[in-house]
Design a protein around this ligand. Sequence first.
Ligand SMILES: *[C@@H]1O[C@H](CO)[C@@H](O)[C@H](O)[C@H]1NC(C)=O
Ligand SMILES: *[C@@H]1O[C@H](CO)[C@@H](O)[C@H](O)[C@H]1NC(C)=O
Ligand SMILES: *[C@@H]1O[C@H](CO)[C@@H](O)[C@H](O)[C@H]1NC(C)=O
Ligand SMILES: *[C@@H]1O[C@H](CO)[C@@H](O)[C@H](O)[C@H]1NC(C)=O
Ligand SMILES: *[C@@H]1O[C@H](CO)[C@@H](O)[C@H](O)[C@H]1NC(C)=O
Length: 226
Amino acid sequence: MASLDNTGWSVPGLLVALLLVFDSGVLHVRGLEVSTGKVSSIEAMNGSTVLLPCTYSSCIGIHKLTFSWHYNNNGTMNKLCEGVVPSEGVEPKVKVEHDRVEFVGSSKSHNISILLWNITFEDEGEYTCFAKNPKEMNRNHSAIFTLRVVDQMREVDNTLTVIIVSVLGGVIGLVIIVMVIKALVVQFLLKDDEKNKECLVNASGNDNTENGLTGAKAENKGTPKA
Ligand SMILES: *[C@@H]1O[C@H](CO)[C@@H](O)[C@H](O)[C@H]1NC(C)=O
Ligand SMILES: *[C@@H]1O[C@H](CO)[C@@H](O)[C@H](O)[C@H]1NC(C)=O
Ligand SMILES: *[C@@H]1O[C@H](CO)[C@@H](O)[C@H](O)[C@H]1NC(C)=O
Ligand SMILES: *[C@@H]1O[C@H](CO)[C@@H](O)[C@H](O)[C@H]1NC(C)=O
Ligand SMILES: *[C@@H]1O[C@H](CO)[C@@H](O)[C@H](O)[C@H]1NC(C)=O
């Protein structure tokens, strides 16, 4: 399994690199690298079409680079497609072995990505992108991309929206309940006082406010005119 690693240097890899440094006099020699990009997994809805990304790069040049995509079906690797990039920038000949797979890569961008059409829940799992550059003593390189298939109803965005809406609704409801309780309590507390001063408040209070209001309105209307 050590031969399949793509991140760290294995001991034979280091020896090869040292030999290359000696041979070419170039200091920072890195062989072929295969990558699925910054995101190594994706969550997609059943029925949708997903891009399984993979790119390669090499400082020592490309010659007859062979690549393949495999689906890890519970331990058995099912081959989805394979191809050969004859040399730098030349488009590969690709053999696709799956009805819903389409090769969409391009040698101009060192891209060996594939599309998986109309995914189902059975498509969930690990997809491995292999590449091998004979210039590097056939060392295997690979990168793994993980696909998760979700149902339309359980989409992440939906759940988030539902959570936000319920939290907001809950908070607003709580505020309304608190306000109603407060108003009831205030009214209840004031009731005793009101009972005692009922006559006084009714008689003078109402007149006062009406007079005050009309008075203020009249004054306000009067000032801009003057
Ligand atoms: C996804 O799966 C659900 C349940 O298995 C099904 O009802 C729905 O039609 C599927 N959606 C699509 C787009 O195939
Ligand atoms: C996957 O493999 C495990 C054991 O390796 C087995 O128990 C399980 O039934 C397998 N699942 C499928 C879907 O084949
Ligand atoms: C994907 O599904 C659509 C609609 O069901 C169909 O027209 C299309 O041929 C399918 N594509 C593949 C590659 O199976
Ligand atoms: C590879 O090619 C596909 C299809 O043209 C594109 O969608 C994707 O962004 C490319 N990936 C990179 C890393 O250039
Ligand atoms: C590279 O992987 C292939 C299968 O994908 C295997 O047959 C071959 O032995 C591997 N080569 C090395 C050097 O590990």
